[in-house]
Ligand binder design. Structure first.
Ligand code: LMR
Length: 348
């Protein structure tokens, strides 16, 4: 039996910080809604881990949360001991073991990127401060709301007594997208592809890299470049497809990714809790301090990581060619700019 405390809670934001019923706002709600069932039935934190779910939202959303609570009760899930809907941070963040911060201020029509960052700095500063004040010091925090990397950095800076290593942002969705693209191209199941990497920002500058990926073709592990046999696709359309996939889903669905985002959140948290498989790494946005890839420190940057005992380590020593170097640096440069703008608001 795993010895985790019973108070095992998640603030999940169902819709957030947006007054009008824009599709984007609704879709953030869809992510949390898609996520709750998997967590509550034990797919993420284990089949013997009792769970208390805390659902934190803004006051106008409380009636909606009541409906979600009813549905969770109606699922009759044995692990789910309590669901706490609240609009109060002192309740929402109290004694948390894991925090999944799904909501953020979405970009509204005519909004400058700088204004978007400013609004999100205010949100993630407040959430970081609430984590600092109310959560356990061992809490593991996953930031999903965009711009996820920089929001995560701000939350971490606002919670100085919680180790930086306890903060991460979601790039597992991009990782899964890359894995699946290669698998479809090779005609193999998605789990036959391993060790793709997402470097950098969860934005269109991210670098999906398959130079170190392996594909299991008819029982034999082959390097992705040999399995795909189309270098120009791997260096061109593959990269842009993954980089722009979120926008393509929004264009088609008129809503942003929810099912796949929730699945990626579950993958990310499950691996953080139970570890990655031997010989495999996963992509995760983590604190860049002390990395061996020459990425500027004091960023939340997506790296290949191994996880053991709930601690991640960047997979070091992968050779980086000129093609990759340029793309890793370009996404780092975007993050430096985002960080510097965000920090100028943080100090105001
Ligand atoms: C995604 O990657 O699907 C989302 O981050 C896109 C978005 O802007 O919501």
């Amino acid at each position: 039996m795993r010895l985790l405390p019973l108070s095992f809670a998640y603030p999940c934001y169902v819709g957030h910080y947006c007054c009008v019923g824009r599709l984007h706002r609704m879709s953030m709600g869809f992510i949390a809604y898609s996520l709750l069932y998997s967590i509550a039935k034990g797919d993420v934190f284990g089949k013997d881990q009792p769970i208390i779910l805390v659902l934190l939202d803004i006051p106008p959303m409380l009636p909606v949360l009541d409906g979600v609570v009813m549905e969770l009760q109606d699922c009759a899930l044995p692990l789910l001991r309590e669901v706490i809907p609240t609009d109060k941070v002192e309740v929402g963040f109290k004694d948390l073991d894991a925090a999944i911060l799904v909501g953020s201020m979405p970009r509204k029509e005519g909004m400058e990127r700088k204004d978007l960052l400013k609004a999100n700095v205010a949100i993630f500063k407040a959430q970081g401060a609430a984590l600092e004040k109310y959560a356990k010091k061992t809490v593991r925090v996953l930031v999903v709301g965009n711009p996820a990397n920089t929001n995560c950095l701000i939350a971490s800076k606002s919670a100085p007594s919680i180790p930086k290593e306890n903060f991460s942002c979601l790039t597992r969705l991009d990782h899964n997208r890359a894995r699946s693209q290669v698998a479809m191209r090779c005609g193999v199941p998605a789990d036959a592809v391993k060790n793709v990497i997402i470097w950098g920002n969860h934005s269109s500058t991210q670098y999906p890299d398959v130079h170190h990926a392996m594909v299991n073709v008819h029982g034999k592990e082959v390097e992705a470049y040999s399995a795909v046999k189309d270098d120009s696709w791997l260096k061109g359309d593959f990269i842009s497809t993954v980089q722009l996939r979120g926008a393509a889903v929004i264009k088609a669905r008129k809503l942003s990714s929810a099912m796949s985002a929730a699945k990626a959140i579950c993958d990310h948290m499950r691996d953080w809790w139970f570890g990655t498989l031997d010989g495999e790494f996963m992509s995760m946005g983590v604190y860049a301090g002390g990395n061996s890839y020459g990425i500027p420190e004091d960023l939340i940057y997506s790296f290949p990581v191994h996880i053991k005992n709930k601690s991640w380590n960047i997979h070091d020593g992968l050779p980086v060619n000129d093609f990759s170097r340029a793309k890793m640096d370009a996404t780092a440069a975007e993050l430096v700019e985002e960080r510097d703008t965000a920090l100028s608001f943080l100090s105001q």
